[in-house]
Design a protein around this ligand. Structure first.
Ligand code: SER
Length: 618
């Protein structure tokens, strides 16, 4: 029997819940909370960073989840058989509980046990593993290799690689990280043993799990998170030793369904069928079809997220705009003449709504946003192409200046790579450096720093647990409550971004705040600071937290799973569901000031504020 994709996801979670006492937690939002350094959740570890750093998790020390994740660094590779922008990451977590021996044993068991005994039934003799070879930061991971050998992976199928391959994290510049051990599945049939998938026979040293020929598919990664990378680049031991594992769900389904690509599995089947029926020639446009399917699946999840963002020219909004517009462009290339993005979202939603109920809850929003963006884009596309032709016609040379590229970007909403694609047809290129400069300057003008920029590089650090950051995080809770007091209970957090220098808080509210309202909010927060209230958290049942009036993102899935939530209390003033960390007394904040209040998107306002006097207490 070939299990279905939902059965495979369930099998993973049940294995850890039933056999090894893990607690199932729902996927966190795709939009990270408080974290200033990443636009999207790029791995299961993101939402769990505070707990990897030592904050207690309300569900205990053993967790298991399927986390919605999104990575855009390989976006140009999408279209081949393996790359995906959005994906689900299955993970089991030990927060200062079990470590290498248990984690490796669990992984091996789950991969190799027959399906009817709770495993995935992969033949053990097709598994290869790799371990960290060691360097001046951390020793060679002999321990993991020995555990693998004891379990039954012979020495010749265990490889050692450097940090580039066998080390995970931090997701940004700083934060939790450590050596990892990766599991690979040899996808060649027995008759082809020893062959290099790209053709020809090569020696084992030329083709091993580090080879990109496609023979060895990495399926799972057990990270032993025991270090914290500091801003100066050095590593210190974490308070606790953790395990973070990541198993790409789509890849697993591909292997178990014995397909060559996730696009050939049931996770994409209805959409590929739709594209097959609408493309002029499916086989010659396979890459475009995959790009459309991949990008619109990602867009569906971003628009349908509980913290859903709308297409725009900054941050996450820019990414979702770019995904939708790129899909439309490829749609045109394969000969689709009608509006189609919402049609495709309608095919994805039923495939996922049981696991991610936010998609059916936000279905109207997803379809509306897609239709509107498609309308906008089709209108500007024609005008923009004409303008580009005009500029090219007027210009000597073959390089479009950054300023001109930026003008097209800003005026017509063409993402940079689309401008490049169009220009390439005429033998032109864009001066990227200049474009970047023009882009950065434009944002500065708007007093806005875009982390995405045109390069879509999500650099930056995670897990900034320094005192100034904690202060701004605590101030965020106080201002959230104060805004509700002053403006009304319709005010609700729609985004939060905290650094050691400032807080940025997006909330639902339709009109511009008056100067009096701003002043009032500042006064309330400052009064609560002066009261120097103790800050503490309690771990409460979902219903109890609701009953006690805690605010925060109450995910219905938490209720379904019977999960507990962590609620932070700032004295008697604020109660909010949150992972932490926070300062211990509000008094250390000294003084709170709102620097700016502005529109963020329809129905959402944004404030930027600082806790002053912070230097005095550092
Ligand atoms: N953080 C690791 C990864 O993303 C394991 O979950 O691969």
């Amino acid at each position: 029997m070939v299990p279905t994709a939902p059965q495979i996801r369930r099998q993973y979670i049940d294995f850890f819940v039933n056999k090894y006492g893990h607690k199932e937690i729902p996927s966190a939002s795709l939009i990270p909370e408080n974290d200033p350094t990443v636009l999207f959740t790029t791995a299961g570890m993101h939402p769990l960073v505070p707990y990897l750093m030592g904050e207690p998790h309300p569900q205990g020390k053993r967790l298991v989840d399927a986390q919605k994740s999104l990575r855009t660094d390989d976006i140009d590779e999408v279209g081949d058989a393996t790359h995906l922008t959005f994906f689900e990451m299955l993970g089991n977590w030990s927060l200062g509980d079990y470590f290498k021996a248990e984690a490796i044993k669990m992984s091996f068991e789950l991969l190799t046990l027959p399906w009817e005994n709770g495993g995935f039934g992969l033949p053990a003799d097709r598994l290869f593993v790799s371990c960290f070879e060691g360097d001046s930061d951390a020793p060679r991971d002999i321990e993991s290799a020995e555990i693998w050998q004891k379990i039954g992976i012979p020495k010749e199928r265990i490889y050692f690689f450097p940090k580039k391959k066998n080390w995970w994290g931090p997701a940004g510049k700083t934060g939790p990280c450590g050596p990892d051990t990766e599991m690979f599945y040899d996808v060649l049939n027995d008759s082809d043993k020893g062959s290099h998938k790209k053709g020809g026979r090569v020696s084992q040293s030329q083709c091993n799990p580090a080879c990109d020929c496609g023979r060895y598919v990495e399926i799972w990664n057990d990270v032993f998170m025991q270090y914290n990378k500091k801003p100066d680049g050095t590593y210190e031991p974490l308070k606790q030793k953790n395990v973070d594992t990541g198993l790409g769900f789509e890849r697993l389904v591909t292997i178990l369904h014995e397909k060559d690509s996730p696009f050939d599995t049931e996770l994409f089947a209805p959409v590929m069928e739709f594209l097959k029926n609408h493309a002029v020639s499916f086989t010659s446009h396979i890459a475009s079809c995959r790009i459309i399917a991949d990008h619109l699946r990602a867009a569906t999840f971003i628009l349908g997220d509980p913290m859903g963002v709308s297409p725009s020219n900054v941050d996450q909004g820019y990414i979702v705009r770019r995904l939708i517009r790129r899909a439309i462009r490829h749609g045109k290339q394969i000969g689709i003449s009608k509006f189609f993005t919402a049609e495709i979202a309608k095919l994805f939603i039923p495939l996922y709504e049981n696991v991610y109920p936010e998609l059916s809850k936000n279905k109207d929003r997803i379809l509306d946003e897609l239709n509107r963006e498609e309308e906008r884009f089709v209108k500007t596309l024609g005008r923009g192409l004409k303008e580009l032709e005009r500029i090219i016609g007027q210009q000597g040379g073959t390089v479009l200046s950054g300023a001109e590229a930026f003008y097209i970007f800003e005026t017509y909403g063409f993402p940079l790579e689309m401008i490049e694609e169009e220009l390439a047809k005429e033998g032109f290129t864009v001066n990227r450096e200049q474009f970047q400069k023009a882009f950065d300057e434009a944002f500065k003008k708007h007093q806005e720093v875009s982390r995405a920029g045109a390069s879509q590089k999500f650099a930056g650090g995670l897990a900034d647990h320094t005192e100034p950051t904690k202060m701004h995080h605590t101030a965020t809770h106080l201002v959230h409550q104060a805004l509700r007091d002053v403006l009304g209970p319709h005010v609700f957090q729609r985004g939060s971004n905290v650094t050691g220098e400032r807080l940025r808080f997006d909330f639902s509210h339709h009109t511009k705040m008056t100067p009096e309202q701003i002043k009032k909010v500042e006064e309330i927060v400052n009064t609560q600071i002066q009261r120097d209230m103790p800050v503490h958290f309690e771990i409460l049942d979902f219903e109890e937290a609701k009953k006690r009036g805690a605010i925060g993102l109450f995910d219905d899935k938490y209720a379904q799973l019977g999960n507990k939530v962590k609620v932070y209390f700032m004295g008697d003033y604020s109660k909010e569901v949150c992972g932490g960390p926070h300062v211990e007394h509000t008094g250390v904040l000294k003084h709170f000031k709102i620097l700016k209040e502005e529109a963020c998107s329809a129905g959402i306002r944004r404030i930027k504020a600082v806790v002053e006097g912070i230097k005095d207490v550092m």
